[in-house]
Write a new protein. Structure first.
Length: 261
C-alpha cells in the first residue's frame, strides 16, 4: 500500500535545523515526534520506519517525509546509522502535491544528497540559501514517483540521454524532435518514456525543469528577472511571468520577495 503525504510548495520552506543524524548507539529502537516541524531524511543505512499505521523498509538511497506532530518509530539494523536530515516548516497554503512518505531516490540520490549537504552547510550562515536548497529538494521529490523511483529498475538509457540533453540546453531553444534525436529514439517513443517515468509530457518536463532553475536563480541570486528569464530559455518576459505564475504559483517578483530577496 502506497502511503502519501501532502506538501504545499508555493512558498519556500523555513529550515529550523539540518545536519547529519547518527542513531542506533543507544539501542536499536527510537520513538519521537516533532510537534511543529516536518522531517525529511535521506538514508545511508537499512532499517524500518513506522508511522501513521504503515511500516516502511529503509534502504540506502531512500528518502522519507514525515508531517509535523507525527509519532515515528525507527528500528535500526546497525549500531551506527547515519542519515542526512532537515527539519522545516512549510508556510505555503496553495495547491498541495502528493508525495510518497518513503521512496527510493534512485539515480537522483547523489544529486539530492549534494543539495541536502548544501542545505546543511548553509543552515547556520545563510537561512535564505538553505531554504532555496531544500525547496529544490522538495520539488525534485515530487518527480520521483516513476518506475525508477519505485525500484522497477534503472531509467531507460534513452530517457537518461534525453534528460541530460535537456539540462544542458535549458537556456536555449528546445523542442521534442531535437531531444528525441539526441536520445536516439522516435518522437513517439520518447513521449511514451516520459509519460511512463515522470507522468509528464516532454514539453511539460522541459517547462518544469526551466522553472526549477528559475526558482533557484530568483531565490539564490541577485540576477535581474529578465536575465533569469533568458537564462532558462524564455526570452519573452511576458511569457516568463505567465509560466512562473502557472508553475510556481506566483509572479517572479513575488517568489523572490517570499524568500526575503
Amino acid at each position: 500500500m502506497r502511503h502519501d503525504v501532502e506538501l504545499a510548495l508555493d512558498l519556500p520552506p523555513h529550515v529550523a535545523n539540518a545536519g547529519v543524524g547518527v542513531h542506533g548507539a543507544a539501542g536499536p529502537h527510537e520513538v519521537f515526534r516533532l510537534p511543529r516541524l516536518w522531517q525529511l531524511h535521506l538514508y545511508t543505512y537499512s532499517g524500518t520506519l513506522e508511522f501513521g499505521g504503515v511500516t516502511h523498509p529503509i534502504r540506502p538511497g531512500h528518502m522519507s517525509l514525515v508531517p509535523p506532530d507525527t509519532e515515528v518509530h525507527f528500528h535500526y539494523d546497525a549500531p551506527r546509522s547515519e542519515h542526512l536530515y532537515a527539519h522545516f516548516r512549510l508556510p505555503g497554503t496553495g495547491e498541495r502535491r502528493r508525495v510518497p512518505a518513503m521512496q527510493d531516490a534512485g539515480d537522483d540520490a547523489a544529486v539530492l544528497s549534494g543539495l541536502l549537504r548544501q542545505t546543511v552547510a548553509a543552515s547556520a550562515q545563510s537561512p535564505v540559501r538553505a531554504s532555496a536548497e531544500l525547496w529544490t529538494v522538495l520539488w525534485r521529490m515530487t518527480t520521483l514517483t516513476g518506475p525508477a523511483a519505485d525500484s522497477a529498475g534503472p531509467r531507460h538509457p534513452a530517457l537518461q540521454a534525453a534528460m541530460a540533453h535537456i539540462e544542458e540546453h535549458l537556456a536555449g531553444p528546445l523542442n521534442v524532435p531535437d531531444v528525441a534525436r539526441a536520445a536516439g529514439v522516435s518522437h513517439t517513443h520518447l513521449t511514451r518514456l516520459f509519460r511512463e517515468d515522470t507522468g509528464q509530457t516532454v514539453v511539460g518536463y522541459i517547462r518544469h525543469r526551466r522553472m526549477e532553475r528559475a526558482r533557484h536563480l530568483l531565490i539564490a541570486s541577485t540576477l535581474a528577472i529578465p536575465a533569469i528569464a533568458a537564462a532558462v530559455g524564455i526570452g519573452d518576459l511576458q511569457a516568463f511571468n505567465k509560466t512562473c505564475r502557472r508553475e510556481l504559483g506566483a509572479s517572479p517578483r513575488a517568489v523572490r520577495r517570499a524568500a526575503g530577496g
